[in-house]
Ligand binder design. Structure first.
Ligand code: GLU
Length: 466
């Protein structure tokens, strides 16, 4: 039974890199019909916040990465860590170290000065006395010789010399356990079978393996993924664009686009670019995770987003669009109307935010004309034609796209003008600009009353400024 875990530290929003870690763990477990565990690593009480924890839940839910069992909190598991520590103490595999931190710091500096790798000198390793009044840390008796091998599922075999490894501190002087210890205890206790995480944890792995051995626990598989870098090959940061997953939701990205984007940061399947979630669950494997860094390319995310916007149904896009319109001051009462107009914008919007901007003209009481467009198309010569259109529209019984087309056909042939000459002034009058969905569609959707009002407003504008 495969069990993976995602173990974020709740010290901020869900970062793109962490979201990818979560996704790979989720896909791997779902592919194997296994469990995906969420563990909040909140032992750093100063930097961890409830707000960050909730933000992580929200982002995972938005991405559709559901977890099994309850979310676990390391801050609630101190008794479990104590229990495992007792076990190690009883076996003599750990010891109390009373060394003064300042003294250790001095030794470290001296080692650096001698160009040596600083390492705890083992002064308290063989102590037999205990000093009840003296503060201490608890250290792991790390083997001094031999090698520790990691058969990494992505990176292959990595060999570490045990002599390079320090006697790891498992408990600090303030009685709190350290990262490497709690991670191993949790992974053992939660029966995690595969540890899929970022490259930056590789150096922790041999230390953690030694702890598994000390606890007589079976070793999980390890898979360290290359980090995600910016286009300039620097570590992903704000310079490369937003790094928070939810910032993309705010900007109008769809979760499917984000998932598809994240999975391709390191994983590939031939040259296929578009994957549904079901397809990913079916096709995902660690063999297809590359060893070189995934490059964060915001243009690709945008491209994926426009793809998924086109795939979405009008009804569901309408629902997604409402908060974006509300942010722009539009209160949407008629979702059906929204679904109807959306059709014209799916092909031309890369984000929901952009789509909301483009649909705004439908909801305005007054149209603001783009100056250049007004100058070019709202001119005195067009007033007669606009007036005639108003007359015909007022009498029109059929205000469907076809009905409007018939009226436009008549007017173009009677006035001997092209459809463009007729349509563009209407576009400016009705939408404010020169780019919009089909003019018949816009007119039909706006409805007779609003169209006539806008055309009359345009005539007044022309008479004042044209
Ligand atoms: N809490 C660690 C982090 O956020 C992850 C630990 C792990 O995956 O082993 O980097």
């Amino acid at each position: 039974m495969v069990r993976t875990r995602f173990a974020p530290s709740p010290t901020g929003h869900l970062h793109i890199g962490s979201a990818r870690t979560a996704l790979f763990n989720w896909l791997f477990s779902r592919h194997h019909g296994g469990d995906f565990i969420l563990r909040i690593e909140d032992t750093d009480r100063v930097r961890s916040t409830e707000e960050s924890t909730l933000a992580i839940f929200e982002a995972l839910k938005w991405l559709g990465l559901d977890w099994d069992e309850e979310p676990f909190y390391q801050s609630q598991r101190t008794d479990i860590y104590k229990e495992y520590l007792e076990n190690l103490l009883n076996q003599g595999k750990v010891y109390r170290c009373y060394c003064d931190p300042d003294e250790l710091e001095e030794k470290k500096k001296l080692a650096f000065a001698r160009k040596e790798k600083p390492k705890y000198d083992g002064k308290c390793r063989e102590l037999t006395e205990t000093y009840p009044d003296k503060p201490f840390v608890i250290r792991f008796k790390s083997p001094q010789s031999g090698k520790t091998e990691v058969d990494d599922l992505i990176k292959g075999k990595i060999i570490f010399e045990n002599s390079e490894l320090d006697d790891l501190i498992l408990y600090r002087r303030d009685g709190t356990p350290t990262y490497n210890f709690v991670v191993v205890v949790d992974d053992v206790n939660m029966k995690i079978t595969h540890i899929i995480r970022g490259d930056d944890h590789v150096n922790n792995t041999p230390r953690q393996i030694l702890l598994y051995q000390a606890l007589n626990a079976p070793l999980p598989e390890f898979a360290h993924m290359p980090l995600t870098l910016g286009k300039d090959k620097a570590r992903l940061s704000k310079r490369h664009g937003a790094t928070s997953v939810m910032a993309y939701k705010e900007m109008g990205y769809l979760p499917q686009a984000m998932i598809n984007f994240l999975v391709r940061l390191g994983w590939s399947y031939g040259d296929q670019e578009i994957f549904s979630m079901d397809e990913l669950v079916e096709k995902f494997s660690l063999e297809n995770v590359g060893i070189s860094a995934g490059i964060f390319n915001p243009d690709k995310l945008l491209w994926l987003n426009s793809h998924y916007i086109k795939e979405e149904t009008d009804e569901s896009l309408a629902g997604l669009l409402i908060p974006f319109l509300e942010k722009k001051g539009v209160k949407v009462d008629d979702v059906k109307f929204l679904a109807k107009i959306i059709k014209g914008f799916k092909e031309r919007s890369k984000t929901l935010d952009e789509m909301a901007d483009k649909t705004l003209f439908y909801f305005k009481d007054e149209i603001e004309y783009q100056p250049k467009a007004a100058k070019k198309f709202l001119t005195l010569e067009i007033v007669d034609v606009l007036t005639e259109v108003i007359n015909r529209f007022e009498k029109a019984e059929d205000f469907s796209e076809e009905g409007i087309e018939t009226i436009f056909d008549k007017i173009t042939s009677e006035h001997n003008i092209t459809l463009g000459q007729l349509a563009q002034p209407h576009r400016v009058a009705l939408t404010g600009g020169t780019a919009s969905p089909g003019i018949y569609e816009v007119i039909a959707n706006l409805g007779k009353e609003r169209v006539i009002k806008r055309l009359k407003d345009a005539i007044i504008f022309i008479e004042n400024y044209g």
